[in-house]
Design a protein around this ligand. Sequence first.
Ligand SMILES: NC(=O)c1ccc[n+]([C@@H]2O[C@H](COP(=O)([O-])OP(=O)(O)OC[C@H]3O[C@@H](n4cnc5c(N)ncnc54)[C@H](O)[C@@H]3O)[C@@H](O)[C@H]2O)c1
Length: 330
Amino acid sequence: MNIDDLPAQSTIKRIAVIGTGTIGASWAAYFLARGFEVRAWDPAPDAESTLRDFIHRAWPTLERLGSVEAGADSNRMRFCKSPGEAVAEADFVQESAPEDLDAKRRLYADIDASLPPSAVLASSTSGLSMSKIQAGFDAASRFVVGHPFNPPHLIPLVEVVGGEKTAPAAVDWTLDFYNAHGKKAIRLNHESPGHLVNRLQAALWREAMDAVLTGLAGVEDVDIAIKYGPGLRFGIMGPFELCHLAGGAPSGTGAGGFSGFIDHFGDGLQSWMDDLREVRLDPDVRSRLKTLVEESVGRRDFKDIAGERDALLMATMIAARTRREEGFER
Ligand SMILES: NC(=O)c1ccc[n+]([C@@H]2O[C@H](COP(=O)([O-])OP(=O)(O)OC[C@H]3O[C@@H](n4cnc5c(N)ncnc54)[C@H](O)[C@@H]3O)[C@@H](O)[C@H]2O)c1
């Protein structure tokens, strides 16, 4: 298969969203805002009304962010009676069923035969291997991972990776598709547990947990350290860009920039990396972490924290538009 065997991007009109929980509902709102027609399916008894409520609540936010395309309609959604019906006329499928290999494989067995011959299916899976999900299905070459970040209607990142049976063209096509519709999609060159971004997060969580378990700092101070320090920079630049800037302006002698950074700080960095410890999430460690976090974050009302996150995320997303408007987009 090559990319010409897949539908031209301009012809994509109808998207099937399978599984409409936390992630699927958010995807559905996003695709509607981008002007697509959505065919949705989820087996939960109240799934249709929950989904319509979610879209209704998400729409004003999408409008404020300028993510609603001219002509897009939040009602252009049909809730289907079966997954086969939802995918039968779809140009693209976004699957967001529970994170359970057997459940996903049962679902794929149901839709394999109904999937139109050139439609690509992307799974939102956070960490399952596509090679294991796709094994044995006729349409396996068009199955990819399209892993979003919660909530996908707001956060642009999608990680794209194929399994052993995925055609490279399907990965290319999926990257083009997301990037053409306002997402920021990145290619992973091979499968890896937790993909890329959850591994990056795991490295940070491991150190945050180690810090509170060994008494280096309290939970509140670890949270403050990130949100008033590196978190501010990580919201706008990546780790390598920031290292480059930390090395100073490059001079004609080659000093500065990333080279300056690694030469200046490399030995110290190596000694910190050598000192990183393993954190085993055994029952005792889990219990200690639960107590420590409950005593700090858990004291606050959950809705207040969620409201704070959403308000600040909205401000950050509006600031992120500057990236595009000022021509900083790469
Ligand atoms: N929650 C996150 O932060 C997050 C982030 C990125 C990716 N993901 C991935 O998205 C997928 C969905 O996770 P979620 O957090 O939305 O879970 P969720 O539990 O909120 O939603 C799952 C939905 O799937 C439905 N469902 C149950 N059986 C099904 C089936 N056989 N076919 C289709 N749908 C079925 C459920 O009724 C539910 O509405 C998972 O693969 C997860 O790893 C989650």
